[in-house]
Design a protein around this ligand. Sequence first.
Ligand SMILES: [Zn+2]
Length: 216
Amino acid sequence: MLMGHYSSALVAKRIAPSLSLPLLFVSSQLIDFFWGILVLFGIEKLHVIPGFNPSNPLDLYFMPYTHSLPAAIIWSGGAAVLYYLFAKTPVHRVRNALLIGAVVGSHWILDFIVHLPDLPLWYDSFKVGLGLWNFRYIALALELLLVWGAIIACRKIAGENHWRYVLMAIVMSAVQISTLIMPPPLTGTSVVLQLLAAYMALTILGHWASKPRQTE
Ligand SMILES: [Zn+2]
């Protein structure tokens, strides 16, 4: 999954409006951020095979440290503990830490829906994935539905920034659709660099969209 991951961040923002949206955005893609870094260091691996599945060319054959179920649980618990220890305000500290952990963990669950069986249940074995990527337009519809559903859910908390949220959803939709239209990257490194750049740009966009107007 790509842009659909941001829906869990937006739902958490709706539950706890005081949580920073860019922090929630990073949390929703935390597992992919570290996946990208580990791929760049040659620790986790993928092959780029054009036509590998109808949605993308990614053969994600080795990613036990980020996308296995135990790893996802550890990333999620670790993020919750870090938030709890370093939260600036003590208000709702436990609830917010649990929400951050849930957003990090939601990454695995959403990946499970779309990935082919490449998500290990233990280290590098017992791989699972429901394989919605095999149905490119259904997978695309799910991503867009998650993004727009979450934006609509955030209507009230977005307040006068509502149109910024809508613009953000338009950008997310364009990024998602571009993965089906644009020629696929040729190497694992270029896939990772493009994704990391997109995640960073969207984090900045999240900051802009959620910034109180009066401070500008
Ligand atoms: Zn992922």
